[in-house]
Design a protein around this ligand. Structure first.
Ligand code: PLP
Length: 449
């Protein structure tokens, strides 16, 4: 291994193309080489400390440096590093994790398909929605409806399902068989004076209109992130998700929740489905499932679909070599035990969410701040050029990115989505760290304006 941080940065620059990064930028701007972490703090190879207000990529729910998880991984590797779950075999951690997920997730979601990433989980949902209708003798029900700003992954199907235009612009996407509607983003789409409840009703109506326009007999499923994370932390207005579920039921369209970010405590519940009292046909889980300590994801399948797959498929021609990987499953189980033992979900629900909301709200009077929003331990501070009437910044100006970079040089990692600074720290974050995130953002904004 090369010794110095600058050697590492050079090797990286010469050989590594990074996700969602302009390779030319990295030619001039060396990447930070992260070296270690404990709780919500990271340090790089130069020894600089960072408060990670994004939990890695919305995933390190139990925080960094959990020796216990490293020990579980090592022990499982010694016992059985790998065996497949194809055909008629399984492993002890895989079976135990499947049962644990069925116990933790809402009633009726009792079957699991494992995969390695959020993208694969969502890809599986697209495929199984269509398969369900094929098995029901309605093969024309194929179209999947996603939403503007939706992020469901980086495979061909999930880019097509998502609403990130910059992704669709590369590689001739979207594929056929996907449709999109505007999302429930009141800050952008709300009418002046419209209540959140009225907006929720109107925004859910866009999904119904799309189903009617396409014909319900051609639509397989609707997929929504309960809180849109990568889209800029877009929080559903009250009643929206329940209304979308009801619309799907009424038109006999499957309803899937992408809970890759929202599950495992971030919203102060095991899942958004639990928090909002929803009963989806599919639920995608990843990230917080292992707190990022191992790559693993899962699709929970509701009873109606599961029964059909079991009775009629004659075998699922689907699966990944590492699906249900014993080491990843063992680590995920131990991670869930930590969440339970340390009552991290109760901590978010009863304590952190209020403190987080209050800390972010203190930014609301800063002239650059157009909106502050949060739910549980996920939030955003959206910047505007002018508040009233609202004028957004020129997207080319990259004001959000400038703020993000200045926060980072002051040792706080957030992410910029357009001009929204998005924040989702580990669930072990302290009150003092939450205050520091908000105070640093205030300092940076005050410096700019
Ligand atoms: N779905 C959501 C809501 C996500 O936020 C992400 C990743 O950020 C994905 C799916 C894709 O997950 P992965 O990057 O593990 O493929």
């Amino acid at each position: 291994m090369p010794a110095t941080p600058s050697d590492l940065a050079r090797l990286d620059r010469d050989h590594h193309l990074h996700p969602f990064t302009d390779p030319k930028v990295l030619q001039e701007d060396a990447p930070i080489v992260m070296a270690g972490g404990k709780d919500s703090t990271l340090w790089d190879e130069d020894g600089k400390l960072y408060l990670d207000a994004l939990a890695g990529l919305w995933c390190v729910n139990v925080g960094y440096g959990r020796t216990e998880l490293a020990e579980v991984a090592a022990a499982q590797m010694e016992r059985l590093a790998y065996y497949n779950t194809f055909f008629k075999t399984t492993t002890a951690p895989t079976a135990a994790l499947a049962a644990k997920l069925a116990e933790l997730m809402p009633d009726g979601l009792d079957h699991v398909v494992f995969a390695n990433s959020g993208s694969e989980a969502l890809d599986t949902i697209v495929r199984f929605c269509r398969l369900f209708w094929e098995l029901k003798g309605q093969p024309d029900k194929k179209v999947m409806i996603g939403r503007e700003e939706g992020y469901h992954g980086s495979t061909l199907a999930t880019i097509s399902l998502g609403g990130t235009l910059a992704m669709q612009a590369q590689g001739g996407l979207p594929l056929a068989g996907f449709a999109h509607v505007d999302t429930a983003y009141q800050f952008r789409h709300g009418a002046p004076g419209e209540s959140a409840e009225a907006f929720a009703e109107r925004a859910a109506g866009w999904i119904e209109e799309k189903i009617l326009e396409l014909g319900a007999d051609t639509v397989a499923g609707v997929v929504v992130e309960p809180v849109q994370g990568a889209g800029g932390v877009i929080i559903p207005p009250p009643g929206y998700l329940a209304r979308v579920q009801e619309i799907c039921r009424r038109h006999d369209v499957l309803f899937a929740l992408d809970e890759v970010v929202s599950a495992f405590g971030r919203l102060g519940a095991w899942s958004a489905a639990e928090r909002f009292g929803l009963a989806p046909d599919f639920m995608a889980l990843a990230k917080g499932l292992s707190s990022g300590y191992q790559p693993i994801s899962a699709v929970m399948i509701g009873s109606r679909v599961a029964e059909t797959l079991i009775e009629k498929s004659g075998g699922l021609a689907h699966g990944f070599t590492y699906a249900g990987h014993p080491v990843a499953a063992a680590v995920a189980l131990a991670n869930l035990q930590i969440i339970e033992r340390e009552n991290l979900i109760g901590r978010v629900r009863d304590d952190l969410s209020d403190h987080f909301a209050a800390a972010l709200s203190r930014l609301a009077d800063q002239p650059m701040v157009g909106e502050v929003r949060s739910l549980g331990l996920i939030g955003a501070v959206e910047l505007v050029q002018q508040r009233d009437p609202k004028i957004l910044y020129d997207p080319e100006g990259l004001v959000g990115a400038v703020v993000r970079d200045q926060m980072q040089s002051r040792g706080v990692i957030v992410r910029a989505v357009r001009d929204a600074l998005v924040i989702a720290p580990p669930l072990v974050v302290t009150h003092r760290e939450i205050d520091r995130i908000a105070d640093t953002l205030r300092l940076v904004l005050d410096d700019i304006l």
